[in-house]
Design a protein. Structure first.
Length: 187
């Protein structure tokens, strides 16, 4: 098992994150299930997010995420199921910059991680469309965070805003990360 890009950043920077987050990102593969709520913005935001494969707004929708390593673990495909809707992305670690790049079809974002209040926060630094850098005013602003839920599960609250458009999408929820191979709990 090879850690995903976030796991590589967590290790390289020595970030102190809750054990459930560390375990999830170190595994670099698996399928996890829970529930999510999806919110969307105005008509333009809904159009943009649908083009990139994101789901429509919904409450308490069954959610699952499957992480599949590719290229001998150099990258990972993240497949998110929101009910019948499927969103795929490719997450890759850039060792030169120490950052992660996540691609959604023709769009990609370069992100960095920081820990604040025991939560892992994801900050978008740059965006590209068809490989071309986007100007700052077209770069999404992220308010994404991962955290240990009260019951010990993996909690997430992911949102993106676009200057001039407002909220693109927000999805939040949680899923369980099962016990590790040694039989000890990760919560």
């Amino acid at each position: 098992m090879a850690a995903d890009a976030y796991g590589k950043i967590i290790a390289a920077e020595g970030l102190e994150v809750p054990e459930v987050l560390r375990t999830f990102h170190e595994r670099g593969s698996g399928r996890y299930s829970g529930l999510a709520e999806v919110q969307s913005g105005n008509w333009l935001a809904r159009l943009l997010t649908r083009i990139l494969g994101f789901p429509r707004a919904s409450n308490a929708v069954p959610f699952s995420i499957e992480i599949t390593p590719i290229e001998d673990g150099a990258a990972h495909i993240w497949t998110r199921h929101f009910g019948a809707s499927v969103t795929r992305s490719c997450l890759r670690y850039n060792a030169k910059t120490g950052r992660a790049v996540e691609s959604f079809g023709p769009a990609s974002v370069e992100v960095t991680l920081r820990v604040q209040g025991g939560e892992l926060h994801v900050q978008v630094l740059r965006a590209r469309l068809f490989g071309l850098p986007l100007p700052r005013f077209l770069t999404p602003v992220s308010a994404a965070r991962e955290f240990a839920a009260l019951d010990g599960g993996f909690g997430f609250d992911i949102s993106g805003h676009l200057p001039g458009v407002g909220l693109l999408i927000r999805y939040q929820g949680q899923f369980d990360v099962p016990v590790d191979q040694s039989g000890s709990s990760v919560s």
